[in-house]
Design a protein around this ligand. Structure first.
Ligand code: EPZ
Length: 418
């Protein structure tokens, strides 16, 4: 039920997109790796199943997981799992650099785009890998007798997060120095580099567009804390703005949210840093603003849908342009079912603010679209029923419980029949 203001505080969980890459990174070490602040999400469980299918011993505790990949097998990761989770393709770098051979199914496209992996493959080829793609499987092997990849200078045509992570992990055990130019600069890249360095890797420059990796012979065990999820935090900041509420968001890293906080303030909702890891929303009159998604530190594509929901009730005309993924405006049709005034042209959406949305049954099409529909429901008049929650559970831990903790009238309906 919408139109309730929120109050109180909400604690942010560990970052999905960091945890997924770092779980693949545990394959680099043949000793114990303990990861703390692990989020409880279906994507994390799927990655766990992928690693287990490759011979990794896994022990799960509440928000800590222990991994040991001493018996890592160069076997093919199961397609049925890889097809569910694109990030499982990130295991190709660690397996290849550890074992000299790897076979990983092509992940295929998803709801938001075709998601090719040629930048990952080209990076591995530059480091001396022989790569063929047959029957939907990427087969990679290290040329030569040493069985070790070789350091290389790699320029990425696009600062791809995944390709930067794959190449950076592969280079940690390579023979020689690798330089990645035009690298992705997302906080999750820095977290992965810090994780690898905590195992004895020699990575510098993560977070800049030039990363240098000096290969080492072997990595050792570690006990590592995953960073907070900046996209979950951003989603709750928008929940404060869209319901005109003053809330506290805790266990966040302010610096990871600078583009999001800047855009919220432009729209009319101030966000102040209450403490090192605490942010407070100060609500205000919502006004239109233009958004263009870009690689970090530009405006994150993973916040585009949530901000579009906010702009549907912000006074004036906004233009939202999605430049990172080719098919990430599917939430528009559902927001229009709630009375939003949006016209799509190519990869842009022209949003004209309306005074109020009205509650309606809507269908989530992907992870961030599902969050946007929940936010729209919080602000709408009447009841909104969001279906397709399997998308939401991939990336948000206990979203409805956390919102209930802030006073939202929200509940999950089991076995809902429209
Ligand atoms: C990561 O995906 C995140 N996923 C995505 O979050 C996020 O949207 C994206 O980075 C951008 O920030 C994980 O970390 C698990 P990319 P990734 O490689 O690595 C094209 C969410 O909602 N491209 O930077 O797949 C690609 O098709 C998810 O949590 C190539 O063309 O993103 C896309 O258009 C969704 N060739 C663009 O680059 C390649 O070889 C950005 O992709 C690789 C990518």
């Amino acid at each position: 039920m919408g139109r309730n203001s929120l109050k109180g505080q909400v604690k942010i969980s560990g970052a999905k997109n960091s945890a997924l890459a770092i779980m693949a990174g545990t394959l680099l070490c043949d000793d114990d790796c303990r990861l703390n602040n692990m989020p409880c999400l279906s994507d994390i469980n799927t990655m766990g199943l992928v690693l287990a299918s490759l011979g990794v011993k896994i022990k799960k505790m509440t928000s800590s997981w222990e991994f040991n990949s001493r018996n890592l097998k160069a076997e093919k990761a199961p397609y049925d799992l890889v097809s569910q989770l694109r990030a499982s393709f990130f295991v190709i770098g660690p397996i290849l650099t550890r074992l000299g051979v790897a076979q990983v199914p092509l992940p295929g496209g998803c709801a938001i785009g075709s998601r090719p992996v040629e930048l990952h493959v080209r990076g591995l080829q530059a480091m001396g890998a022989n790569v063929t793609i047959e029957h939907g499987v990427v087969n990679a092997s290290v040329k030569g007798s040493s069985g070790r990849l070789k350091g290389a200078n790699i320029f990425l045509d696009y600062p791809s997060v995944g390709a930067t992570e794959t190449i950076m992990m592969a280079a940690t055990l390579a023979d020689g120095v690798t330089v990645i130019e035009n690298a992705a600069k997302e906080p999750e890249i820095v977290d992965l580099a810090n994780f690898c360095n905590s195992m004895g890797a020699k990575i510098s420059g993560a977070g800049t567009d030039s990363i240098v990796i000096k290969g080492v012979e072997r990595l050792h065990s570690t006990d590592y804390e995953i960073i907070p999820d900046r996209i979950e935090a951003g989603t709750f900041l928008v929940a404060g703005a869209i319901t005109h509420s003053e809330i506290l968001v805790t266990s966040v890293n302010h610096d990871h949210l600078i583009p999001v906080i800047a855009k919220l303030s432009e729209i009319g909702c101030k966000v102040i840093q209450e403490d090192k890891n605490i942010l407070r929303t100060i609500p205000g009159e919502l006004r239109a603003s233009d958004i263009e998604t870009l690689p970090h530190p530009g405006f994150p594509t993973d916040m585009q849908a949530q901000f579009m929901a906010l702009l549907t009730i912000s006074e004036g005309n906004s233009l939202v342009t999605e430049t990172v993924f080719e098919n990430r405006l599917r939430h528009v049709a559902e927001l229009k079912r709630m009375g939003a005034n949006i016209k799509v042209k190519g990869n842009s959406a022209h949003v004209v603010g309306v005074p109020m949305l009205s509650g309606a049954p809507v269908m989530a099409t992907d992870l961030r679209a599902s969050a946007a529909l929940v936010l729209a429901g919080l602000a709408a008049d009447g009841k909104t029923i969001v279906q397709g929650l399997q998308h939401l559970d991939r990336g948000y831990q206990d979203l409805e419980q956390k919102l209930q903790g802030l006073g939202a009238k929200i509940q999950r309906l089991q076995d809902y029949q429209p």
